[in-house]
Ligand binder design. Structure first.
Ligand SMILES: Nc1nc2c(ncn2[C@@H]2O[C@H](COP(=O)(O)OP(=O)(O)OP(=O)(O)O)[C@@H](O)[C@H]2O)c(=O)[nH]1
Length: 309
């Protein structure tokens, strides 16, 4: 799992305060500075900092208002915000924490206390990010899981609706995998799934092309901005790559080694159309690949997809 350098956004209208905090925290990560609330919101959206240290009393928009706006956006609502302020009353502190700040430090502050608290919040943010990543990964194969697929598919679907780019969705299924498990044991079966996941991933070269474990011995590949010829080429390469692993499968009637079958559909989605229907179509093509002999690819280009009723 990749550990990124944290970004800390310091928001204060006083230049001297920004400088002091910058000097204090520069060892802990990349520092970004904002001198007012508007700038803070822009930088928070663009740079997604790990932690924001923010003054409350500022001219254009106060810290409470900035925090409320951060919480209203899906992109920024999870960023940890720590107030660092001369406002010392219980009421102000309560208000800040109720609005969702993770901490509240009074000015004048002790340098070591601010450093220690920032350290704690950065560590918590790192752990939260690792948990989120783990929740999106399949435990057996370490590739993204179905939960992540559903999120990404929604994003790519909406993107295709907006841009008109074709979207290829492919379902992949291991051939005679029940027989493989029966013959070689479940642990060997697990190992085959890991190796297939790895080799499928290796065939996808563009950053938005991704393979997901759909469940059981099924995988799903999504290829944004890919038309039929391109998809056919990549998916056939996927089939060949699995065959080239050369994993013995005595019980298969298709090949002496483990193979996969693939069914895909190429969609040009329009607003209101349903991604589930596209997945069903890919499944039907997978069924065709199974019926017509396995270890092959079937693709259908969809003229239109039925709307969600
Ligand atoms: N080892 C292992 N086996 C799994 C896992 N998930 C599903 N399976 C097995 O995959 C097999 C799927 O069998 P079927 O759906 O009958 O399909 P098949 O034997 O691959 O036959 P075809 O798809 O028609 O080629 C079942 O025996 C499941 O137990 C897993 O995580 N590990």
């Amino acid at each position: 799992m990749q550990v990124e350098t944290p970004t800390i956004l310091i928001v204060d209208d006083e230049k001297s305060s920004r400088k002091i905090l910058n000097d204090l925290l520069k060892e802990k990560g990349k520092i970004v500075l904002a001198k007012n609330g508007t700038q803070a919101l822009e930088l928070a959206a663009a740079q997604r900092p790990t932690l924001i240290l923010m003054d409350i009393l500022m001219p254009d928009m106060n810290g409470f208002q900035v925090l409320e706006k951060l919480k209203q956006s899906d992109d920024t609502k999870h960023i940890a915000v720590m107030f660092i302020t001369a406002l010392g009353s219980h009421n102000d502190e309560t208000k800040g924490l109720r609005l969702g700040a993770c901490d509240y430090v009074h000015k004048p502050f002790h340098a070591e206390i601010v450093q220690a608290r920032v350290g704690t919040h950065l560590e918590l943010a790192k752990q939260r990010r690792m948990l989120e990543e783990l929740a999106n990964l399949d435990a057996l194969t370490s590739i993204p899981n179905r939960r992540q697929l559903e999120k990404k598919l929604d994003i790519e679907w909406a993107n295709s609706v907006r841009t008109g780019e074709p979207l290829a969705i492919a379902m992949v299924d291991v051939d005679f995998f029940k027989l493989y498990n029966d013959e070689y044991g479940h642990a060997s079966g697990d190992n085959v799934l890991r190796r297939i996941a790895n080799i499928l991933e290796a065939q996808l070269k563009r950053p938005r092309d991704l393979v997901y474990r759909y469940g059981g011995e099924e995988f799903c590949i999504i290829l944004p901005d890919t038309e039929s010829t391109g998809a056919q080429h990549i998916l056939e390469t996927c089939c060949k790559s699995v065959e080239s692993l050369n994993i013995e499968h005595r019980e298969s009637t298709v090949s002496p080694v483990v193979t996969i079958s693939i069914g895909a559909c190429i969609c040009a989605p329009k607003a209101g159309e349903s991604v589930e229907k596209a997945l069903q179509q890919a499944d039907q093509q997978l069924y065709q690949s199974k019926r017509q002999g396995r270890n092959q690819v079937h693709i259908k280009t969809l003229p239109e997809i039925e709307s969600v009723s």
